[in-house]
Design a protein around this ligand. Structure first.
Ligand SMILES: *[C@@H]1O[C@H](CO)[C@@H](O)[C@H](O)[C@H]1NC(C)=O
Ligand SMILES: *[C@@H]1O[C@H](CO)[C@@H](O)[C@H](O)[C@H]1NC(C)=O
Length: 744
């Protein structure tokens, strides 16, 4: 029936309370069965059900709460001691006459089904039960005795306590009382089970103990079941459910996540890039301050200034992000972050989380040559293909070996493929080699543009000017110019005037590029050489030179561009005495105007060393321009030349024509006397040449004068006629007419 305020606090909210089964049994009167227990049993028995259980749950039907024990003096095991129990009467018989049942053979007193259902309407009690025990089993005969049992209906105190909150790590003497349960009926044995099993126990008074410290982190909650049982281990009623909640103590420091491997972050990552999120675990109660972890950067020490440091840590989330300060590729940074619980308040626990951050290189640097201009390098023309010309060195500011790999290439200036580049990957050095034979004539110099590029694609800005370099190669001639002789000799008369051509020094084969000649040690200053032609002249009169002396000077020859080696050859001058006056050449005559005739010149005459042979001789007209204009000298054979008029008209008179004859290194001059005269049709001189030898007579002088005047007049007529005609004529007038103007 509904409770009435006198229930224990624990049952105050319970709608249904039962009074049940207190009983009193007077002493057994008979000599037969004897009362087991002398005391009055006053224990209340009842169930206080949780609110959720709507049906009353009294002491369970049929669960004995009293065992009548009697003794019989007869032989045990025989019919004489075979006892039977009966309830003879119940008073009062309200609300039902049979609230109790007595197990006939065992004498176990329990509520009957009627008792169970109608106990809430039962009187406060006590109920008087008259019970009988008799021997001889079920036979009608036998000894019997009776007893009074008084059963009181008492308040049910079997109510579960509030959940027990028990601090972990509790420092108290153990076992420590944590709660009390009470079955108000009699003869009770408490039994406790823990789910999961825990250090809990209950004693015979219903005191619940915990026997040692608890650890919330191991087990935060236990569900205890306490049973009230009769001596036979049967539950009087349903077990009490008792919740034990282990309350948290801040006994766990935050535990940092394990980072075995360094965290790799590419360089140039923007500020704010998340490096890692620490999220330290705190085993204490989630959501409690004990598990409220905050983070603080310890290392690298946060910068105080506005720029900020390289890393930032969000105190709440533990997110580590990159700060504004730049990081270098290849850096390994040990991050130390303090993770503290109690939101960082004093007295909390903390751990230092360590994370190694590795700044990963990216290919943001282009390789660059250490020098942008290589050379000019000289390379001999005969250098073998494969010759190492230069070693180009390039550097790359990246760290990652892959990003330092570079390719080299010649991009300009090597159309013919004369050069090559080869390199070992990763060395940063390329060998600039010759691949083909050089030729000075085709290319005296090479200007090549080489580039170096990163093998892996570059991130960021394009390569700067440092990625190109210029290689200048100058081709060097290896051999000096070759001359037509190993040494030169010339015979020179000591009387040779300044400016006389002595000889010409010539290359062996005509050179495509100009040569330059010079005298090395002309200490006397007698000679000069024409730089370009190699003609050697006397620079001044050969004063101090004696016939028979020798004078050796070295002539140096070089390519005019001064590239390549120079050669020097000795030039030996043999000084000769003044030649005897040339033997008069037999007088001859040539006709003017010109006829088809000439004069033989014998080279052997005047040879200063006739013994050494008859030639071959070479002939040249003397340097006098008039002679060169008027005369024509033609070599006939090895020993003779043929001298003839070059102009149509030459003054008829006796001419002395200098002819330079040379043999080997010897040179001398012949003076060839030629008489030029006007001729008869037969080619005979009009005048005897022989007369000209002597002094002219007065008559002949006058004759000559008149003749001369006549001749002049004739010439003037010729000239004027000629001039008059030439004005009308084309420009293709005969060449031999021009010098006549000069003569006049
Ligand atoms: C010039 O040098 C050559 C070779 O050394 C030498 O024989 C010659 O005597 C020198 N000539 C003069 C004038 O010093
Ligand atoms: C060269 O020619 C001249 C004139 O014809 C002659 O007298 C002379 O014997 C010739 N000399 C030689 C070597 O043939």
């Amino acid at each position: 029936r509904p409770s009435r305020g006198s229930h224990p606090p624990i049952c105050s909210s319970v709608q249904w309370g039962e009074r049940l089964a207190c009983f009193q049994s007077p002493p057994w009167q008979s000599a037969g069965p004897r009362r087991r227990d002398q005391g009055v049993r006053r224990d209340a028995q009842g169930a206080c059900l949780p609110p959720s259980i709507s049906s009353p749950s009294p002491t369970n039907t049929g669960v004995p709460f009293l065992f009548l024990e009697v003794s019989d003096g007869d032989e045990p095991g025989t019919a004489n001691s075979d006892l039977r129990f009966h309830i003879l009467s119940q008073a009062p018989a309200q609300p039902a006459p049979n609230l109790f049942q007595l197990e006939p053979q065992l004498g176990a007193l329990a509520l009957s089904p009627e008792g169970s259902t109608s106990l809430d309407q039962a009187l406060e009690g006590p109920y008087q039960l008259l019970v009988q025990v008799k021997d001889m089993g079920d036979q009608a005969s036998g000894h019997q005795t009776t007893a009074n049992i008084v059963v009181s209906i008492v308040e049910n105190t079997w109510a579960p306590p509030e959940p027990i909150h028990l601090a972990e790590n509790l420092q108290v003497p153990y076992p420590h009382l944590i709660a009390q349960v009470h079955w108000s009926g009699g003869d009770v044995h408490y039994h406790l089970e823990s789910q999961p099993s825990g250090p809990f126990d209950v004693n015979s008074e219903g005191n619940l103990y915990v026997s040692r410290e608890l650890d919330r982190e191991r087990q935060a909650e236990y569900l205890l079941q306490v049973r009230a049982q009769n001596p036979h281990g049967e539950d009087y009623t349903e077990a009490l459910q008792l919740q034990v909640v282990v309350t948290d103590e801040n006994d766990n420091a935050p535990i940092c996540p394990q980072h075995d491997l360094p965290i790799s972050i590419p360089e140039l990552s923007p500020p704010g890039t998340e490096v890692t999120r620490l999220s330290a675990e705190d085993a204490d109660a989630p959501g409690s301050p004990h598990a409220h972890v905050v983070y603080q950067l310890l290392n690298p020490e946060p910068e105080e200034d506005a720029e900020g440091g390289a890393f930032e840590v969000d105190p709440t989330s533990g997110s580590v992000t990159l700060g504004a300060a730049p990081l270098q590729a290849g850096q390994n940074i040990l991050l130390q972050v303090l993770a503290a619980d109690l939101a960082g308040a004093k007295g909390g626990l903390s751990s230092t989380c360590e994370v190694t951050v590795m700044i990963k290189d990216i290919n943001d640097h282009a390789p660059e040559f250490t020098t942008s201009q290589i050379g000019p390098l000289s390379l001999p023309e005969d250098a073998e293909p494969g010759t190492l010309v230069a070693t180009l060195t390039a550097t790359d500011a990246d760290i990652e070996p892959d990003f330092r790999l570079m390719d080299f290439a010649i991009v300009a200036g090597d159309v013919e493929g004369t050069f090559s580049l080869d390199w070992e990957p990763g060395t940063g050095q390329a060998q600039f080699r010759l691949r083909k034979k050089l030729s000075y004539e085709t290319a005296p110099s090479h200007k090549l543009l080489v580039v170096v590029r990163s093998v892996v694609e570059l991130v960021g800005p394009d390569p700067g000017p440092g990625s190109t370099a210029t290689v200048m190669v100058l081709v060097e001639r290896v051999s000096p110019p070759q001359l037509d002789q190993d040494s030169y000799e010339a015979g020179v008369r000591v009387s040779t005037p300044a400016g006389s051509l002595l000889l010409t020094i010539q290359p062996l084969v005509p050179m495509s590029s100009p040569l330059r000649f010079s005298l090395v040690n002309d200490s006397k200053g007698w000679l000069c050489i024409k730089e370009a032609s190699g003609e050697v002249y006397t620079a001044r009169s050969l004063q101090g030179a004696h016939p028979g002396d020798m004078y050796t000077v070295l002539v140096a020859v070089q390519h005019a561009d001064e590239r390549g080696p120079s050669a020097s050859v000795p030039l030996v001058l043999h000084f000769l005495g003044t030649p005897p006056a040339p033997a008069p050449v037999p007088a001859r005559h040539l006709c003017t105007p010109r006829q088809d005739q000439g004069v033989m010149v014998n080279g052997a005459s005047g040879d200063p060393d006739p013994a050494s042979g008859q030639g071959p001789y070479s002939f040249a007209l003397g340097p006098d321009p008039t002679v060169q204009r008027d005369w024509h000298l033609q070599a006939l054979n090895a020993s003779h030349a043929y001298l003839s008029l070059a102009l149509n008209w030459v003054e008829p008179q006796k001419h002395v024509i200098p002819v330079v004859v040379s043999r080997l290194d010897l040179k001398w001059q012949l003076l060839v006397q030629v008489a030029v005269c006007r001729c008869t049709v037969e080619g005979q001189c009009l005048r005897k040449v022989g007369r000209m030898k002597g002094m002219p007579t007065k008559q002949s002088a006058l004759g000559i004068l008149l003749g001369t005047l006549a001749a002049i007049g004739f010439i003037l007529i010729l000239i004027f006629t000629h001039l008059a005609m030439s004005r009308k004529k084309d420009l293709d007038q005969p060449v031999d007419s021009v010098p006549l103007k000069v003569v006049v």
